[in-house]
Design a protein around this ligand. Structure first.
Ligand code: F6P
Length: 558
């Protein structure tokens, strides 16, 4: 039987899946404490590196045999074949009839990609040059507003992939930002985001980036029109409008003509292509705000970190392949151990937007129950991804992680050195990060708790009363990802690691990770509700929605 024949079977019917289920049963009752006691070399074997990025899988609830069976599963799903298709530029986003070529965006060698016959690099390089020229002119104060002022504020207007990636990266790399340029991100339709921001801005020194692959997303267009009206009101004289727009608006889009219709001239338009998915677009001109903030050379370091992860993903054997292992361990936790959620816990203030970014990357990609062939999938797919920065989360929801009885696999992420070196801050931060993953893994037994209470001098009765509260079950699996420093290169590698993890999981589950039909229905229903809110008859709305509309009308929506 070839790998392809095997793939036609639902993945749960493969020998590899069934062997994993049996192995899971044989491990039942085994605690992380037992895994560590039995395997003194566990960290050495399961702490893997790419350069100086360390990914410690040793606190996952699996042994060497389980890992071997997981790589069998990857082979049964033909991960290697799908990986080859991805890098060959095949049309693997079948439902939208598109190739998936975001790795081209970080291909920095002067060679064709994906192949000499189908080379997208000339257009990619041309846009990179355009970004470099623009970013350097703005950063140097040479690109000026309609009154001749240098740009001091940049507002990226976009949503989803046209917001989350650049916002996450600009915040992550704030230690390297241009001191005279302030970056802002507006995504929400709620005027509470844009209105107070505009109050703080000077139209003469503000540049708007309208980022939208389709240039038809309602939220983005409404915000962009409001920003345009605000600018033009300040400009006054209508004869100067077009020239002002050309100094203060640029577009990043695959729909250049629509941006032009909006009033953004062709030379201010940065293109990308239908083979770049929205949530994979950080590496394209969607990253323009990142290039403005840290410079084009910084942006290229981000690309080179991602390129290093691409090369590793392409070349490393499955057994030592970071994205593959991360994906497989996620599948182990979800499909074999029964986890329903997974938490992203960056111990780094600058990574505060990473959980939201990964929510889109993971859940919009693999939050699906239909196979790429259109059949119901036989198993659960993406867990619910959520998260918060440490240490804040510790004082909010960690109680549940420790004693709530839920299985919640966690990713702990930290940088060994800080770029904000306030004395006395970073070591305690790191200590908390490392301590939490250890405490979640190993817990505290009744015996340990009793000894501690005895050492505190409590009476036997007091100890018996308190003991149930002092026991920590532990056995909560986690992966710890350590970077030497949160710089552009390591951020690029980290994000590409998650991207490929998502890809591998999609392949094993049998999903097309690159479409997102599930976001369409809500948009369609909103387009029926809006006219009703504005007074049209409500005949085709359900009773609940009609009642809610009536409430909004009574209470004076404006
Ligand atoms: O949420 C749906 C979605 O299509 C995302 O996939 C995308 O990132 C976002 O909307 C924004 O789309 P656009 O860049 O076309 O405005």
């Amino acid at each position: 039987m070839t790998a392809q024949d095997v793939c036609l079977l639902p993945i749960t019917h493969t020998t590899a899946w069934q062997a994993l289920a049996a192995h899971r049963d044989s491990l039942r009752g085994r605690h992380l404490r037992d895994f560590f006691a039995a395997e003194p070399d566990r960290f050495a074997r399961m702490g893997l590196s790419l350069g100086d990025l360390l990914v410690d899988f040793s606190k996952q609830r699996i042994d060497a045999r389980g890992l071997a069976l997981l790589t069998d599963l990857a082979r049964a799903a033909d991960v290697e074949g799908w990986r080859a298709k991805l890098f060959a530029g095949e049309t693997i986003n079948a439902s939208e009839k598109r190739a998936v070529l975001h790795p081209a965006l970080r291909h920095l060698d002067p060679t064709p990609f994906p192949s000499a016959a189908f080379d997208v690099m000339p257009e990619v390089r041309q846009v990179r040059d355009q970004m470099r020229d623009f970013a350097e002119r703005v950063r140097a104060g040479l690109w000026r507003g309609y009154t001749g002022e240098a740009i001091r504020h940049v507002v990226n207007i976009g949503i989803g992939g046209s917001d989350l990636g650049p916002k996450m990266a600009v915040r992550a790399l704030s230690a390297f930002e241009h001191p005279g340029l302030h970056l802002h991100f507006v995504s929400n339709l709620d005027g509470a985001q844009l209105a107070p921001l505009l109050e703080t801005l000077d139209p003469r020194a503000t540049l708007f980036i309208v980022a939208s692959k389709t240039f038809s997303t309602q939220e983005t267009l409404i915000n962009a029109r409001t920003a345009r009206d605000w600018l033009l009101a300040a400009v006054g004289n209508e004869e100067r409008h077009q020239a002002a727009l050309a100094r203060h608006f640029v577009a990043v889009t695959a729909e250049v003509a629509k941006a032009n219709e909006f009033g953004i001239p062709a030379e201010n338009t940065f293109a990308f292509w239908d083979w770049v998915g929205g949530r994979y677009s950080l590496w394209s001109a969607v990253g323009l705000s990142v290039a403005l903030s840290i410079g084009m050379s910084g942006f290229e370091r981000l690309l080179s970190g991602a390129a290093a992860m691409d090369a590793h993903f392409r070349e490393a054997p499955l057994e030592r392949n970071l994205p593959v292992l991360m994906a497989l361990l996620g599948i182990w936790n979800t499909n074999f151990l029964g986890a329903e959620t997974s938490a992203v816990l960056p111990y780094n203030e600058s990574l505060r937007s990473l959980p939201a970014y990964l929510q889109q990357l993971e859940m919009e990609s693999n939050g699906k129950a239909i196979s790429r062939e259109g059949q119901p999938l036989p198993c659960r797919t993406n867990p619910i991804v959520w998260g918060e920065i440490g240490v804040n989360g510790q004082h909010a929801f960690f109680q549940l992680l420790h004693q709530g009885g839920w299985l919640v696999p966690c990713d702990f992420i930290a940088a060994a050195a800080s770029d904000y070196p306030l004395p006395g801050h970073h070591a305690p931060l790191l200590a908390n990060c490392l301590a939490q993953s250890a405490a979640l893994a190993f817990g505290r037994t009744e015996e340990e708790a009793r000894r501690e209470l005895e050492a505190e001098g409590l009476s036997a009765d007091e100890i018996d009363a308190l003991l149930p509260f002092k026991v920590f079950q532990g056995n909560q699996p986690s992966t710890t990802l350590l970077l030497p420093r949160l710089d552009a290169y390591h951020l690029g590698a980290l994000v590409a690691l998650y991207e490929h993890k998502v890809f591998v999981q999609g392949v094993v589950w049998g999903i097309n990770s690159f479409d997102q039909w599930g976001v369409e229905l809500g948009k369609r229903v909103a387009s029926r509700v809006l006219p009703v809110l504005e007074g049209a008859p409500a005949d085709d709305l359900d009773a609940s929605t009609r009642g809610l509309v009536a409430y909004c009308q009574r209470h004076g929506h404006r």
